[in-house]
Design a binder for this molecule. Structure first.
Ligand SMILES: Cc1cc2nc3c(=O)[nH]c(=O)nc-3n(C[C@H](O)[C@H](O)[C@H](O)COP(=O)(O)OP(=O)(O)OC[C@H]3O[C@@H](n4cnc5c(N)ncnc54)[C@H](O)[C@@H]3O)c2cc1C
Length: 395
């Protein structure tokens, strides 16, 4: 498509910034409108497997990523009370050799900063803050992003990358309330210097227990330990990355769990415990109009159980760039994007829903009957991590 096309992106999150970097590198004019007043230090751990890391490498971020990430040696599944290691899946060199790029753990604010720096290096005016989208207008020649302060931004293509509560999605497919899964996720980080020496190997420990599980891994070159605890919860709470909850409740939630979990919980900053509601949204099949399209969480929000929400948003950015580059007609480009992304992302969304309570168990036998019998690790290697967004044949 002609390089004079003006592309508007709503939302400077992981997907919006990846799409911006990919498109600016190809010579397109891109402006990203973000509601926040600054690009700040919010969030915690994110997992990025080879399929997504290949895109970040394509953008030219290999060095910056390697500097701040952690390459875990393996997934290690442990029993909640005894700590018995039930199963191991190698990562590190094995993942890299098999799929051509590393598996990384990274702090969301680190990857976000690296992406934003890259976009601004490519075009210092590309990101416009304090710009909350409220909707869009579209006719045969133009799409117009409408902002809450009355500004109207005209362009040729609008990319809605405005996350889980996307207003661009609401306009394309209608407003739909999510279903509360009855589960919540706790999130906290601990500076490693606050933990006993050699506390845990550089692995992802997945602690499985009755009605809940915890995932623990390192971030920020190994300076931080990331703790996420997911499980059943009776009351509805807010779906937000920024809502804090009392430490006492976190402590009580994991009462009776292994000493290692107790040490982590005892070491977290008591004022920095976050808890959010895990909502489910079924896959939708229409992500576009003739000039507007949604990507990332706006298009295919997912539960976190396959650790692939950020990876899918990154893949989307690359595939959308390839579709825009390879088509003269905007509507055809957006249709090609949707055609190539619906099935794969729905598999993540549905797979994550199914996995919801796979890790909730009391014995090793239950684990063997679930995760191991279904050969989930092998399956993920075959279809999830092996995908190469820069080279996959588009249909
Ligand atoms: C503050 C924050 C913290 C997070 N922390 C974690 C974490 O610790 N672990 C984890 O696994 N995932 C986290 N996530 C979610 C994770 O980033 C996404 O699930 C995933 O990366 C998909 O990326 P995305 O670009 O689709 O959405 P996001 O990365 O969520 O980006 C959406 C962007 O759109 C902006 N936006 C929203 N509404 C509007 C609007 N109306 N107008 C303009 N801009 C808008 C948001 O401010 C945000 O910058 C976090 C998301 C956010 C926004």
């Amino acid at each position: 498509m002609n390089k004079s096309k003006k592309i508007i992106i709503s939302g400077a999150g992981i997907g919006g910034l990846t799409a911006a970097a990919c498109l600016i590198q190809e010579g397109y004019q891109v402006r990203v409108y973000e509601k926040a007043s600054e690009l700040g230090e919010i969030g915690a751990g994110i997992q990025t497997s080879a399929n997504a890391v290949k895109v970040l490498h394509h953008i030219g971020l290999a060095e910056q990523l390697a500097e701040v990430s952690v390459k875990p040696k393996a997934f290690e599944f442990r029993l909640f009370d005894t700590g018995e290691v039930m199963h191991k899946v190698p990562l590190a060199d094995k993942h890299e050799t098999q799929h051509g790029a590393p598996y990384y753990h990274i702090h969301r604010s680190d990857i976000h900063r690296i992406l934003a720096d890259k976009v601004l290096e490519l075009d210092p005016n590309a990101i416009v803050l304090n710009s909350k989208a409220v909707g869009f207008d579209e006719d045969a020649n133009t799409v117009t992003l409408k902002l809450s302060d009355g500004r109207r931004i005209d362009g040729d293509i609008l990319i809605g990358a405005d996350g889980i509560k996307s207003v661009i999605r609401d306009q394309i497919v209608g407003v739909a309330e999510p279903d509360f899964t009855g589960q919540i996720a706790w999130r906290a980080t601990v500076p490693v210097k606050n933990l006993p020496k050699n506390f845990m190997d550089k692995i992802v420990a997945i602690w499985c227990g009755p009605k809940k599980h915890a995932v623990v891994y390192y971030l920020r070159s190994g300076e931080l330990l990331n703790f996420v605890g997911c499980g059943e919860y009776d009351n509805w709470i807010e779906e937000s990355w920024t809502v804090k909850a009392p430490w006492d409740e976190l402590k009580a939630y994991f009462d009776g769990w292994n000493d290692e979990i107790q040490t982590i919980i005892n070491s977290v900053d008591k004022d920095q415990c976050y808890r959010w509601a895990l909502n489910n949204r079924k896959p939708i099949n229409n992500w576009r109009t003739d000039r507007a399209v949604i990507i990332g969480d706006a298009a295919h929000p997912t539960l976190p159980y396959m650790a692939s929400g950020a990876a899918m948003a990154i893949e989307d950015g690359a595939i959308l760039m390839r579709c825009i580059k390879g088509n003269e007609n905007i509507s055809e480009a957006l249709d090609m994007f949707q055609r190539n992304r619906l099935k794969r992302t729905a598999r993540i969304v549905n797979g994550s829903t199914e996995l919801g309570d796979l890790y909730h168990l009391t014995t090793k036998a239950e684990f063997e009957d679930g995760f191991e019998r279904r050969n989930i690790a092998k399956e993920r290697n075959e279809w999830l991590y092996s995908y190469d967004p820069m080279n996959v044949v588009l249909v």
